[in-house]
Design a binder for this molecule. Structure first.
Ligand code: DGL
Length: 266
């Protein structure tokens, strides 16, 4: 296998760029191809069948681009379509849920963990399963936060409206005295300062983007597939609909300007 093959990262839209950002920092010599399904986002309120169908199409697209590793940045796809993606792939597949679950279990002292995510992610119970798999004694409290994705996409990271809604969503979790909060959605790292403020300093926030980059770095080292010595990594961003909005908000998620954006038809 040639080590200069790209890492394929995919998401329902713009949110997975938080994972790309962490990967760029953690693995600065790796080439990356990103696919964001901007024509069909959001996935978090869609049915399991639909999410699986979309996930298969994206997987096939990235495999045709000869990626060496697939990263499912989208928590919703990871929660309901991971097996479908894995069955289609002849390269390793990493997903955010296991990465964050491990991290949360490691951090929690009180063994009371809160999880927030899209309705599809929370209804799938994937986080609760992954956390219990690490430690059966942990208490888990989950909360779907359907309004967070549109608020983040509008750029209202610190807005009073977001603050009020976040307080409502976090109230039942705080009542259970969680000491760790898993941000189980690609969009939530952008709400970190606000959520930390509401949860208080004693609650540890688990950012799935960082957890994902750590796991990817481990796997690349173990499998000896690092693209060492590459000072000019190639970043390609593919989307399924005109990139205007993607470009406008995506750069906030990515923390830098895009190199190349391509519209593709799946
Ligand atoms: N990428 C999705 C996730 O992480 C959020 C956006 C959506 O609902 O499609 O769950």
């Amino acid at each position: 296998m040639k080590n200069d093959r790209a890492i394929g990262v995919f998401d329902s839209g713009v949110g997975g760029l938080t994972v790309v950002r962490s990967l760029m920092e953690r693995l600065p010599s790796e080439n990356i191809i990103y696919f964001g399904d901007t024509a069909r986002v959001p996935y978090g309120i869609k049915s399991v069948d639909t999410i699986n169908r979309y996930a298969s199409q994206i997987t096939e697209f990235l495999l045709k681009r000869d990626v060496k590793l697939l990263i499912v940045a989208c928590n919703t796809m990871a929660a309901v379509a991971y097996q479908t993606i894995k069955d289609l792939s002849d390269v390793p597949v990493l997903e955010v849920i296991e990465a964050s679950a491990h991290n949360a279990v490691r951090q929690s002292r009180a063994k009371v963990i809160g999880v927030i995510g899209t309705p599809a992610t929370i209804n799938s119970n994937a986080y609760a399963r992954a956390i219990r798999h690490c430690d059966k004694t942990i208490k888990i409290y989950s909360q779907a936060c359907p309004l967070f994705v549109p608020l983040v996409e509008e750029g209202l990271f610190e807005h009073e409206a977001t603050n009020l809604i976040a307080r409502e969503y976090l109230k039942p979790l705080m009542a259970e005295k969680i000491d760790t909060l898993v941000l189980g959605c690609t969009h939530y790292p952008l709400l970190k300062p606000l959520l930390q403020d509401i949860a208080g300093p004693e609650v540890t926030l688990i950012d799935s983007a960082q957890a994902m980059a750590d796991i990817a770095a481990d796997l690349i080292a173990k499998q000896k597939i690092a693209n060492d010595g590459n000072d000019h990594p190639d970043y390609l961003f593919c989307v399924s609909d005109v990139p205007y909005r993607f470009q406008a908000i995506g750069e906030k998620f990515l923390g830098r300007k895009f190199d190349r954006v391509e519209v593709v038809n799946l």
